[in-house]
Design a protein around this ligand. Sequence first.
Ligand SMILES: [Ca+2]
Length: 187
Amino acid sequence: MNKKILTSVIAIAVVSGAAIGGTVAGYLKSASLIGATFTSENMDLNIDSDPSSAGQTWVTSFSAPYSPFQKVKPGSNGEQILDLENAGDVDGKVSIRFEQTDWSSLGDNLVFNIYYDQENDGFSDDTTPIVTGTVGTLLNNTYELGDMAHNSIASVKIEWNVPSTAGNDIMGKSITLNTVFDLNQIP
Ligand SMILES: [Ca+2]
């Protein structure tokens, strides 16, 4: 079969990471101790806005500085690694969620495999995807990736591909996503 090469444009704000500092309640409750000062611990999650591996620039939210997903076509694939920092005092569990800002049928043909590198020592020991599916099925769901100790850095890898079985219906289509990471206190 002589299959025509298709060109599609897809712009994904892959890396709009929003940090959510959870409210930590209930573990400082000695009300009767006079004269003691209690300092509430805090939760603080940051994301690295530097897409290169050269350095890390910690922010709570940023827009993708470029789109690695331009002109995808059936058979295209690639990956993007995002670093996260738990800068607070509390151990937590990291979760990921995708929210759409613009949608098309391309989202039903774009497959994500998401890996979690808890130790920030590379993905060679993290070869099983925690989350896998088309963007269409992942959208607006929250997926727990794993534990994240306080004062530590972890990495998340998003591998993407467009199956070679995808057809003309994705041609010229684009989608835009926000990627949101949450950190929830480990009870
Ligand atoms: Ca690892």
